[in-house]
Design a protein around this ligand. Structure first.
Ligand SMILES: Nc1ncnc2c1ncn2[C@@H]1O[C@H](COP(=O)(O)OP(=O)(O)OP(=O)(O)O)[C@@H](O)[C@H]1O
Length: 231
């Protein structure tokens, strides 16, 4: 089953073509590393899939059925997105953020509370639940946003630079959660500059260069390309 099909996608802002006719498919239960230099268009591509940026052309299809243009709200519920920079609300506590996300994905209350408890413990945030974002460190805010994105079991999980600002314990725990998600059938598209970490986890790669897909395929092939580029 194809969790996501991106067909000839272009994104243009102020007459700059930021994504240029990109096409790829993500199969259910796989991890794909989205790689490329700074400014290659990785975050832009994720935002277009989320629907935060408009397409100038192309199609985005979820679960072989739902088109972003026609079933926008259904598509939103089929994906979770972890942005590169936390987007927390100043007026909500940590716990209220989790409740907001859980409710917006229609999670049952018991299940939601169980997941919150587990991840809060794993990310060492138990004593921060009643705090507001402004009194958290950068890494703690990143952890809150990470838990929000991981709360629902959506078919597709989009992650922009997962390990930025996280300590080594949080990174290990996050990796474990990603593996558990994939084992349950979630498909992950993850941008990263920390290739050594992702190489061990990812099945496939997509390499972006100036908004175009330079190459894509199994991660083993990328390891070879990468080595050749290093030589
Ligand atoms: N809202 C915007 N308006 C205009 N240009 C933008 C906007 N967002 C991104 N860009 C431009 O699009 C290009 C791609 O940016 P993007 O953030 O997608 O790159 P990236 O591959 O995620 O980079 P990084 O590895 O540094 O995070 C850059 O040239 C950037 O300046």
């Amino acid at each position: 089953m194809k969790t996501l099909e991106v067909v000839e996608l272009s994104v243009e802002i102020d007459q700059n073509l930021l994504i240029d006719h990109a096409s790829f498919t993500l199969e259910e239960g796989t991890i794909t590393a989205l790689v490329g230099h700074n400014g290659a268009g990785k975050s832009t591509l994720l935002k277009a899939i989320v629907g935060m940026l408009s397409k100038s052309q192309g199609k985005i299809i979820f679960n072989e059925t739902y088109h972003q243009d026609e079933d926008f709200l259904t598509c939103k519920l089929l994906l979770a997105y972890l942005p590169e920079e936390p987007m927390l609300l100043t007026e909500l506590t940590v716990m209220q953020h989790f409740q907001l996300y859980g409710m917006s994905y229609e999670l049952a209350k018991n299940e939601m509370n169980q997941r919150i408890e587990e991840m809060v413990k794993g990310f060492e945030l138990s004593d921060k639940l009643n705090e507001y974002p402004e009194s958290l460190s950068k890494g703690m805010r990143q952890k809150v946003q990470t838990i929000c994105a991981l709360l629902p079991d959506t078919p597709l999980l989009l992650i922009d630079e997962p390990f930025m600002g996280l300590d080594i314990y949080a990174i290990d725990y996050f990796e474990q959660l990603m593996k558990e998600k994939v084992a349950k059938g979630t498909t992950i598209l993850v941008t990263t500059h920390q290739l050594d970490r992702m190489k061990g986890m990812a099945d496939n790669y997509i390499m972006l260069q100036q908004g175009k897909i330079h190459s894509q395929g199994p991660i083993d092939q990328f390891v070879t390309i990468d080595r050749r580029m290093d030589e």
